[in-house]
Design a protein around this ligand. Structure first.
Ligand code: HQG
Length: 185
């Protein structure tokens, strides 16, 4: 598969494994898994016939490691980013002292007022580096990066989890734990 095909299949997998499994007749387990067999059959019924080897290529070659197989290799799920109600069963983890969130200026008014909210997803997504947060924000326009005082949040018993691909997940970041990282905001 060439790079354009890999990206296109990855987008379709993100759609079905995070947001709209019912669109191709799939039901995810409560922790987000579906069997590879069911997924490949459902994709084939919807004009995306893939071999197992091609699916492996998409999973292994994915730039952000968005998908994972279980230990048996027979089931697959998205590592994070869901909007459907799944509980990934990730253990609570101790975050680094500082985490980052990339966004854009138009959301800042609401974010300073009410903090970071999951919006359409299950979790607020936080990055370990300002560089990653910059790319996350840049998906929507000139990026603005916020610094999250995760040490203080953890001390106040907010629960952090980290996805298999290194994204830090929380349900809310109240505004007093946020500050501007970009010097200009
Ligand atoms: C903003 C991509 C108004 C928030 C990325 C963001 C990430 C608020 C947007 C992953 C708000 C939600 C997630 C509030 C937060 N009022 N706006 N109170 N709180 N927002 O896409 O973090 O490529 O759901 O700043 O790399 O941008 O898909 O979240 O701009 O890891 O694998 O509301 O998606 O990964 O947008 O991105 P999103 P996100 P993938």
């Amino acid at each position: 598969m060439n790079n354009t095909q890999l990206i296109s299949v990855s987008k379709r997998l993100s759609l079905y494994l995070r947001h709209a499994p019912e669109r191709i007749g799939l039901t995810l387990s409560p922790d987000g898994w579906v069997t590879v067999e069911e997924l490949l059959a459902a994709l084939a019924r919807h004009n995306l016939a893939l071999t197992r080897a091609e699916l492996d290529e998409v999973v292994d070659g994915n730039d952000k490691q968005r998908f994972a197989f279980d230990a048996t290799g027979n089931r697959i799920r998205a590592n994070q980013g869901h909007s459907v109600p799944v509980d990934l069963d990730l253990p609570i983890a101790v975050p680094p002292a500082v985490l980052y969130h990339g966004t854009v200026e138009k959301f800042l008014g609401a974010i300073w007022r009410e903090g970071l909210r999951p919006m359409r997803r299950r979790h607020v997504h936080l990055s370990a580096t300002a560089q990653t947060a910059t790319s996350v924000g840049a998906r929507r326009g000139p990026p603005v990066v916020l610094r999250v005082d995760s040490a203080a949040m953890a001390a106040a018993r907010h629960q952090f989890r980290v996805s298999a691909n290194g994204v830090w997940l929380v349900t809310h970041v109240p505004p007093h734990y946020l500050s501007a990282w970009n010097p200009s905001i």
